[in-house]
Each structure stands twice: as C-alpha cells, then as structure tokens.
Design a protein around this ligand. Sequence first.
Ligand code: HEC
Ligand code: HEC
Length: 269
Amino acid sequence: MQRTVFAVAAALALALPGASSADEHQNRDYDHKPEAQDFIHGAPEVPSEAWTLAAGGRIYDNWWDALDREKPEGTNPAYPVSVNKEQSGPGTWRCKECHGWDYLGKDGIYSKGGHFTGIKGINGAIGKPVEEIGKTLRDANHPYTTEMITDEEIQRVAAFFSRGQVDMRSFIDYETRTVNTGDKERGRAIFQTTCAACHGFDGRLIDWGEDGAHNYVGTEAAELPDEVMNKILNAHTGVQMINLRAFPLSDAIDVLAYAATLPLEPPTE
Ligand code: HEC
Ligand code: HEC
C-alpha cells in the first residue's frame, strides 16, 4: 500500500507540468522546471571530459531534443529512401538512424531489419582529430545547418566519436541481441541507489510505452540493450536524467545486465 502511494506521488511529481510549458520544442511528458533547463540542454562553464562525451552522445541520439532546437520537418534529404522504405520523417535526421546505436552501421545490429540503410558505422572515427570529424558534419551526407547544430556542439559530438564510443560486441550477443556478460549483483547495487530514484526499484515507475503498449527499463534492456547502453552512458535526451559516463564502463555494463532482469509486464493490481 505504502509502496503504491509512493509510486503514484512520484509519478505525479514527474508528470507535473513545469513553468517551462512555453517551451514548444519540449515534446516529452516529463516537463522540467526552468532551473533544470541548463542541465538538460545547456553546458557547464568548465566542461569535464565525462560531461562532454555524454553531451555528444545525446546529440548523436536526438540532437533537437538534446539541444532544445526546432524538430526538423520531413525526411532528411540525405536519407537513402530507395534503400529503406520503412523510415521517414524527423527520425531520419538522427545520427543513430543511419549509424546505429552500436555505432557499427551496416556492420552491426542495423545490418538487417527495419533500420537497414547500408551506411557504414562511425567506428572508423575512433581516435581521429575532432576537427577532422567535425568537417564531415557539414558535408552532403549531413545537411545540418548551424541553426540545427552549432559549430561548438559539433565539437562535442565529434569528441564523442573520437573518444566516447564503446564496442558493444564485447557485452552484447549479436545473434540474440541480448546482454551476455556483466555482474548483475553490482548492477543491482547501482540501479537501486541511482536509477530507482526515478524509475522505481523494479524499473516500472516510468512507462514510455505508447498506444497501450508498455515500455519500462526492463522491457527496453531486454529488447534493445544497445539503445539502453546509450541511455546509461549519456542519459535520455530532453529529460532530467543522470548518466554513468564518469564511472568505469564496467559499471554501465553491470547496470545493463541487471536492467535486463527487471519485469517486462505491468504490475497486476
Ligand atoms: C541520412 C543518413 C545519415 C545520418 C542521419 C547521419 N549520417 Fe553520418 N554518414 C552518412 C554517410 C552516407 C556517410 C559516409 C559513409 C561512407 O563514406 O561510406 C557518413 C559518414 C559519417 C562520418 C565519417 C565516418 C568515418 O569513418 O570517418 C561521421 C564522423 C559521421 N557520419 C557523423 C555523423 C553524425 C555526428 C551524425 C548526426 C549529427 C550523422 N553522421 C548522421 C550518413 C548519415
Ligand atoms: C532523475 C531521474 C532519472 C534517473 C535517476 C534515471 N532516469 Fe532514466 N529516464 C528518466 C526520464 C524522465 C526518462 C524519460 C521517459 C520518457 O521518455 O517517457 C528516462 C528514460 C530512460 C530510458 C528510456 C529511454 C527511451 O528509449 O525512451 C531508459 C532506458 C532509462 N531512462 C534508463 C535509466 C537507467 C538505467 C538509469 C540509471 C543509470 C536511469 N535511467 C536513471 C529519468 C531518470
């Protein structure tokens, strides 16, 4: 009973519309207070390496939610619509849509299925100078204007490309798309003391499922571990979520392994 009351109260607190409702770009249910704007969309005065890499990773995920920009209209003109007829609209402007959550493009999880484009990964950019990577983002494959992503923000995503990528083949089984390593007990400790503050001990306090479907931390970790790894290392875009970028990669893998054991179905009550 007490647990239910807490859950409802927390859900209400998260859903409470903040004073920033004038922010038309915010398309999430979890509106934030104006004080959180800087954390979610801004930059610290003296950015640490961990902050820079996570912020770059969020641009990679969804730059308009990450940076509080106008959502692009229509399909990205650079998107290979002749190759993939399933994807269209703003989503085709996301870096991950062409290069994959595992950064391997056509050689990774997007080698088949609804997100296939035949475009290569970005793992070739590992270790390259940030300036060189940055130039790519103004070429014909990348019709991003400075209003969409500024030069300074490009440096951020380029830093992520150069120094922030992880090789997901070391902890995800590519045949089954499931996590195949990690210390679940350590993951439990981290999850219960950090993630649970918002997602609940069982990961079901926030449900981002649409049209009657349910999507919890557990559901997503079991189905899309590569995507969840991006959220753990960089945070979800446009919301007030923490990330584990400042900690050893093994911590993130342990949380992912534990998250994949959390319930998939809604509570029965
Ligand atoms: C519409 C599809 C598409 C999207 C979206 C996209 N790219 Fe690319 N990207 C490409 C293509 C095509 C290439 C060139 C691949 C080749 O040379 O075969 C490329 C290459 C790159 C490279 C060079 C990789 C290397 O090996 O040196 C980088 C860096 C890059 N993209 C970054 C980004 C970033 C950052 C974003 C998001 C802001 C992004 N891309 C979004 C299609 C896309
Ligand atoms: C301060 C609150 C907070 C904390 C702490 C937090 N999250 Fe989140 N998380 C959120 C919010 C808010 C969302 C957005 C939900 C939505 O889009 O409906 C979210 C979204 C997510 C998503 C879904 C992203 C998607 O694809 O839509 C995952 C996965 C996730 N969080 C995992 C975690 C994990 C793992 C941790 C611990 C390392 C964590 N979160 C910690 C608030 C938090």
